[in-house]
Write a protein that binds this ligand. Structure first.
Ligand SMILES: *[C@@H]1O[C@H](CO)[C@@H](O)[C@H](O)[C@H]1NC(C)=O
Ligand SMILES: *[C@@H]1O[C@H](CO)[C@@H](O)[C@H](O)[C@H]1NC(C)=O
Length: 386
């Protein structure tokens, strides 16, 4: 008893002190010139190290500001959901493998503010090859989707996702920088016994973004759908990435009541994709805007469908376009080179009216070669060689 009463005040002092330090950190973040956006409630951690070797360890570990995640298998049908305290440092120290079951997922989520996540180049193994049937997430067996949902702010780096059942990474957090993340769905390009001769992987998007203030850089995607799809958000940069085998870099598809503003797609290498650079807006969508999209320094080769496709008739391709989504300002600056295959189109722009594609469309930084000719309908494109 005596011991305990002597020890207790020290504990109280310690926790009060760490509370004060954490509160000071939060206050600093709010006062910083870049906006501190909450990805969930403010959550103040303890100065301890939590270790996760199974889902049973998560609740205790996520009280700590340092979290180490060892290699283990997540049981089939369960989400590895991690909500570290604000400012936490999270490290992967081994491979995470996800058990196989036909359920909706997601397989893993991470949320929180100002988190530093380092995967240390370990793998998340989604076992998508055991689900793939060529039908993606809208058909066939139920597939957990997405594989990883990042709803955090901070930095997230050095991780490889292998064989996502459906979409790989969905980003919903804001104020996030993702670096050196590999989405390796290369195995999905081949047919399997369930895919009737088609590529087994489908809807295996690399990154889906519905978030503000996001940078995705120096990352590598090999897949069978969009490398990047931006569904909504402001201030989004996709730079220095590599995309192989998929459907290209997309803004959209854009549905009703959505704002996309301030998108920079720069210095990416796109190889053997169906499309190169795309903006796709739903034909029936209303009340949405896509503004200030800038492409620079991108190099695309082996494009088999469309080098550039800006189409307001989605999900049709070059169908009857709608006018309910305004695309305002699309720029190709610097040098963007696109080489398409013999049966592909270099550039197609299909706008519903001159009032749904407005602003400056200076394409002086675009050179597209190969394939067949280009059509620009209802858009004020100037410059470029395509
Ligand atoms: C921060 O967000 C507020 C509210 O949205 C906005 O008024 C302000 O301009 C933002 N500040 C910065 C620096 O972005
Ligand atoms: C387009 O951009 C280029 C490069 O910045 C510039 O030289 C050119 O004048 C611009 N063209 C128009 C029509 O604004």
């Amino acid at each position: 008893m005596e011991r305990l009463s002597k020890v207790l005040p020290i504990f109280k002092m310690l926790s009060l002190r760490s509370l004060a330090v954490s509160l000071a950190c939060v206050a600093t973040a709010f006062a910083s010139p870049t906006n501190f956006t909450l990805n969930g409630p403010i959550k103040i951690g303890k100065r301890c190290t939590g270790t996760i070797q199974s889902l049973a360890d998560v609740a205790a570990a996520e009280l700590c500001t340092t979290i180490n995640i060892g290699g283990f298998t997540v049981p089939a049908g369960q989400t590895f959901a991690l909500a570290p305290p604000d400012g936490a440092v999270v490290s992967l120290t081994g491979q995470i493998t996800f058990g196989v079951a036909n359920w909706a997922g997601p397989l893993m989520t991470i949320s929180g503010n100002s988190i530093t996540f380092n995967g240390n180049n370990h793998n998340l193994v989604g076992n998508g090859d055991q689900y793939w049937d060529g039908l993606g997430i809208n058909g066939g067996v139920v597939k957990p989707d997405p594989m990883l949902r990042i709803n955090m702010g901070g930095t997230f780096e050095n991780l490889q996702l292998v064989n996502s059942p459906g979409r790989a990474v969905a980003i919903g957090g804001s104020s996030l920088t993702v670096s050196a993340v590999t989405v390796n769905n290369a195995a999905g390009a081949a047919a399997n016994s369930r895919s009737a001769g088609k590529p087994a992987g489908a809807n295996t998007d690399g990154f889906d973004v519905s978030a503000n203030n996001v940078v995705i850089q120096n990352s590598v995607v090999t897949n069978q759908d969009d490398c990047l799809a931006i569904n909504r958000g402001t201030n989004i940069k996709f730079t220095g990435n590599s995309c192989t085998g998929g459907h290209g870099i997309s803004v959209g598809s854009i549905s009703s009541g959505v704002v996309v503003s301030g998108v920079t797609i720069s210095n990416n290498v796109v190889t053997n994709n169906v499309n190169g650079l795309r903006i796709k807006t739903d034909a029936t969508a209303t009340g949405s805007t896509v503004s200030n999209v800038v492409y620079s320094g991108n190099k695309l080769t082996g494009i088999t469908g469309f080098g550039v496709l800006i189409d307001q008739s989605y999900p049709s391709t070059l169908g009857t376009p709608g006018t309910g989504v305004v695309i305002n300002g699309v720029t190709f600056s610097g040098t963007n080179t696109i080489s398409v295959t013999s049966t592909a189109h270099r550039v197609e722009v299909n706008c519903g009216s001159t009032s749904s594609c407005t602003g400056t469309w200076n394409w002086s930084g675009l050179t597209a070669t190969g394939g067949s000719g280009s059509t620009v309908k209802n858009a004020p494109v100037t410059g470029g060689s395509f």
